[in-house]
Structure formats: C-alpha cells, structure tokens
Design a protein around this ligand. Structure first.
Ligand code: TYD
Length: 247
C-alpha cells in the first residue's frame, strides 16, 4: 500500500496512536520569496481536509511564522525587519533565537503535547542558513545557541523549497524587508547555506524543487509530509517514551 493510502486508512487512528502526546513538527524553509508561505497555508488546508489534527493550541488549522507567533516574537520581528537600525550579526542571531525561545515555550511544545501537527514557516534552519552561513557566524555556533533557546527541539521534517535566488528575487511580492533589501549576494549565500544543511541532515531535510507551479509543489509537500507521518511509530508506553519533543 502507498504511504498516502496508509495514512488515509489510519485516519483518526493516526491521531490516537501515533501523534498522541508527541505531535509532529514540520517546518518549511527556503530563500526569501521561495513560496514557503503559500505552501504552509496549502499544507495546513490539505492536512485538515484529511481530518488530520493540524494547527496550534487554540487555533485549529493554523500555522505560525518566524520571527513572530507570540507578542514577544512580533515585537522582535518589528525590530529585526522593519526598523532601519544597523544590527550586528550576533545581535541578529540572538534576537531570532529569543523570538524562537518564546514561541517554542508558549506555543510549539504545548501544541505538540496536545498531539497536533505543527507547521512552521521558518525555524532553526533559517538561523543556520542566514546567520550561520550567510553572515559567517558558523553553523555550529548558531546551532548551539538555538539548542539552548529551544531545549533541543528539532523538527521531525523540514521541507526545503529550492529556488534559484536570482529568479526568486524577480517574483512579485510585498516590498522588501531589511534582509531582502540586502540583495542577491546575501540570498546566494543563504542558498549555499541551505544546501550545506541538506547535506548535514539528509534524513530530516527533504529538498523539493520550488520552481515548479505552486500546485505541483503543494502536491510534493503534502506527499513528503504524509510519508513522514506514516513512518511514525505507534506511541510507546510512557516509560519507553523519551522526553516529549526532544528528538
Ligand atoms: P519574512 O517576512 O518571514 O520573509 P519570508 O516570507 O521570506 O520568510 O521575513 C523573515 C526574514 O528573516 C527573512 O529574510 C529571513 C530572515 N530570518 C533570518 O535571517 N533568520 C531567522 O532565524 C529567521 C527565522 C528569519
């Protein structure tokens, strides 16, 4: 049977036996204007249409964006993206990590504990690609800070939408924020950073061609998610289970 068939057949069973108490954490990543936000929305809608428990505590069907998702996170977002200040590379990395720490504590962990499928538009890999690689702080240094900030919470699955940064820059969209204004050189380094991360984490990161029509990308995003969900083990007894979410 196909993985997709298995998931459909599992239906409510999946929520009851595999997601209970641990949830499932999916993140979408890519350079600016890679189409992540559209794909996050489509993925949430398609999982909800299958009757799967996607969303965050208090917002069924909802997704979250980084930086943001909490009052503290939205305030940090404002400082990082919409103010003209020069921000040093480490200040930038630590502000993203601060917003993330709050989001994980307030929303992501509680939602995973509720057995939800949590979909996030950007997470740790954004910091590793933008601050670790493009800004030159180093993947390991930025990872260490973020592991402390999140208590070591990594996604179960990360979907990397690969697009050529030059072509992505030409896509229509809202006016550029501070990082986008830094242009193609930064985005090219970010893209190289993501390639490095995909090599480092081949099991967690699934690379998808983000240049195809949005509907085709959406089908691939959904398929990869269903495959990963169907591979989740049935929930073990509390004694056998590790600390929730720390994988
Ligand atoms: P956003 O408006 O969410 O852009 P996009 O739609 O492209 O995701 O802005 C997020 C910007 O912040 C984007 O340029 C990437 C950057 N960023 C980092 O540099 N580090 C991080 O850890 C995160 C989460 C985002």
């Amino acid at each position: 049977m196909s993985h997709q068939g298995e998931v459909q057949e599992a239906g409510d069973d999946l929520a009851a036996t595999r997601l209970a108490g641990r949830g499932f954490f999916v993140t979408l990543e890519g350079v600016d204007r890679s189409g992540k936000t559209t794909q996050v929305e489509r993925l949430c809608a398609s999982l909800a249409a299958r009757g799967l428990p996607v969303g965050v505590r208090g917002v069924p069907g909802g997704s979250l964006r980084e930086p943001g998702g909490t009052p503290v996170g939205e305030a940090v977002r404002e400082v990082l993206l919409h103010r003209p200040h020069a921000v040093s590379s480490w200040a930038e990395a630590l502000l993203y990590a601060a917003a993330r720490a709050q989001l994980v504590a307030d929303v992501v962990r509680p939602s995973l504990e509720d057995g939800l499928i949590v979909v996030l538009d950007r997470y740790i890999d954004s910091s590793l690609a933008y601050q670790g690689c493009a800004r030159g702080l180093g993947i390991d240094a930025v990872l260490e800070v973020n592991q402390r900030a999140t208590g070591g919470l990594l996604p179960d699955l990360t979907l990397l939408l690969k697009v050529d940064p030059g072509r992505a820059a030409g896509r229509p969209g809202r006016p550029p924020d501070r990082l986008e204004s830094e242009g193609l050189t930064l985005q090219t380094r970010v893209a190289a950073g993501y390639d490095e991360l995909a090599r480092r984490y081949p099991r967690r990161i699934v690379v998808l061609d983000g240049e195809r029509p949005a509907a085709e990308v959406a089908a691939e995003v959904e398929r990869a998610t269903l495959v990963a969900l169907s591979a989740l083990p049935a929930v073990a007894s509390p004694v056998e289970q590790g600390a929730n979410g720390v994988r």
